[in-house]
Structure formats: C-alpha cells, structure tokens
Design a protein around this ligand. Structure first.
Ligand code: FAD
Ligand code: FES
Length: 249
C-alpha cells in the first residue's frame, strides 16, 4: 500500500503537489501513476498523473483540479492511498546533446523530472514553459535553476512574454540546433511543435488523453499512429510525435 506523506500542498492556482511513498518503486520520466480517488464507486475509474519528480521510491505529482476526481485528490488526508504504478513507457534519455523541452499548462509536470534526468546526463537544455496566466505557474524557480535557457509565456502576458510559444517562439522551436524536442501539453500545441521542429530533430510527445482502465484492457485510450491504433497507457504515454496522426482532413 502506498502512503501519501502529507496533505496535498497548493503550489499555484488549482494545482496541488502530492508526495507518495511507493515501496520499492523505480520511476522513469514520462511514466505515470494511477490513483483511485475514493473508496466508493464515484468516480469508478482511477485517474492518471505523470511523475513530476522522484526521490528514491517517493513519487511527486502535480494535480490540477478539473473535475470530481481531482477535487477529491486535492482534499485527501495523509496516510494510505490506493495507487498503481509506475506505469507506461517514458521519454528517451539522451546524453551530451542539445535539447528543447516545451510544456503547456500541467503538461509541464512530467518535463521537470525529465529535465533533471537529462541534466544529470550532460545535456544542454532549453525550456519553453507556457501557462494560461501567472497564477497557474508552478515551481518556476526550480525549472529556471535547472536548465540552461528558460523562456516563459502566458496567454495574457501576466508573466513572461504574452502569447503562445508556437506563435511567439517559432524561430526557437524550429531551430536546427536541437537534436531532440520533448513536448507535453494540449494536443493542438503538441501537433504544432511536431510540425515546426526541424526535420533533423527527433520529437517525443506525452499524450495525456482520456484513460479508462489504465492497464491495457479497455482500448479507451487509443492514439492513432502511422502503425495503427496504439494504447497510450501501455504503448505510451510517450510517443514519437512524427508517428502520431494528429488531425484528420
Ligand atoms: C498519462 C497521463 C498523465 C497525466 N498527467 C497529469 C498530471 O501530471 N497532472 C494533472 O493534473 N493531470 C494529468 N493528467 C490528466 C488527468 O488524468 C485528468 O485531468 C483527470 O483524470 C481528470 O479527472 P477528474 O475526475 O477531476 O475530471 P473529470 O470529472 O473526469 O473531467 C473534468 C473535466 O476535465 C476534462 N478532462 C478529464 N480528463 C482529461 C484529460 N486526460 N485531458 C484533458 N481533459 C480532461 C473533462 O473533459 C472535463 O471537462 C494526465 C492524464 C494522462 C492520460
Ligand atoms: S486505458 Fe484501458 S487500454 Fe488504455
């Protein structure tokens, strides 16, 4: 049984940090855990959350409250918590390369753990952090302190540059110097980043679409790819962005 070490801590508007001890677990960036939000049946299904950071077998996650399940999680008391994981396939961990990370909203969460592991492997990191407003930004200082270049964008200009990075940072995203681009955020943003990235760069995206069972049984999480339908919970959530079929004409 996993243990929630403290009450969820509000780290920005609607966003909560949870630290969960999961005995013997080994986490990789891009993997997720699946939380049962109540003892009862409403909601029935577990809710998936990416690993924001890990200290040994303690997972840190950031939960944005968007509905009933996440609201219940934000009000949990410390103690036992029903969690499965770590699950799924994570990001490719490069060594000594020039890399770009692009996060939108709570999609920034898995990219922090990724950035930390990439930094340990001698990579040069440029990080683009996008958020709706200043109030939705979490742990800006941690991201800034970790990477070589940090660029901040908000939709309303309340912090950083006003606008979305796929408009305001086109030149950077399409720059030929990056050997790999990692992206997590809303699908339209990820699609644009994949299309903009230099042809010489590999692009990985983490698909945070709807999940059902979370363990490969229901096909409730399918992602259309050039290799056919894939299950995000088992074959992902990290995919080669160039193999995803984003929008159908
Ligand atoms: C692999 C993976 C990793 C994720 N990592 C994180 C994370 O680190 N932090 C985080 O806060 N969230 C993350 N999510 C999304 C999170 O799982 C959902 O927000 C959560 O399940 C919603 O539960 P709920 O009961 O509160 O909302 P519901 O009551 O089920 O839905 C409330 C509203 O949110 C929308 N919604 C629900 N699920 C999603 C979704 N997956 N994508 C977009 N909109 C959705 C619904 O359409 C509805 O409008 C991740 C999802 C996946 C698949
Ligand atoms: S969520 Fe059921 S197969 Fe992926």
């Amino acid at each position: 049984m996993a243990i929630l070490l403290d009450k969820p801590q509000e780290v920005s508007q609607e966003h909560f940090l949870l630290k969960i001890a999961m005995k013997g677990a080994n986490f990789a960036p891009g993997q997720f855990i699946n939380i049962k939000t109540t003892e009862g049946t409403d909601p029935l299904l577990r809710r998936p959350f990416s690993i924001f950071d890990a200290e040994g077998d303690i997972a840190h996650i950031i939960v944005r409250v968007v509905g009933r399940g996440t609201s219940l999680i934000s009000k949990m008391e410390k103690g036992e918590i029903n969690v499965l994981g770590p699950l799924g396939k994570g990001f490719t961990l490069e060594k000594n390369k020039n890399l770009l990370l692009v996060g939108g909203g709570v999609g920034n969460a898995p990219l922090y753990f990724l950035a930390r592991e990439l930094k340990n492997r001698g990579n040069k990191l440029t990080y683009i952090y996008a958020a709706k407003t200043k109030n939705y930004i979490f742990y800006e200082d941690l991201y800034r302190g970790l990477v070589d270049e940090f660029l901040l964008f908000t939709d309303d200009g309340s912090a950083g540059t006003k606008g979305v990075p796929t408009e305001m940072a086109r030149d950077i995203i399409s720059g030929s110097g990056f050997e790999r681009v990692y992206c997590c955020g809303p699908d339209p943003m990820m699609e644009k980043v994949v299309n903009m990235a230099s042809a010489s760069a590999a692009v990985e995206v983490s698909m945070e679409n709807y999940f059902g069972c979370g363990v490969g049984l229901c096909m409730g999480c399918t992602v259309d790819t050039i290799h056919g339908f894939k299950r995000a919970c088992m074959d992902g959530p990290v995919f080669n962005g160039r193999e995803v079929i984003w929008s159908k004409e």
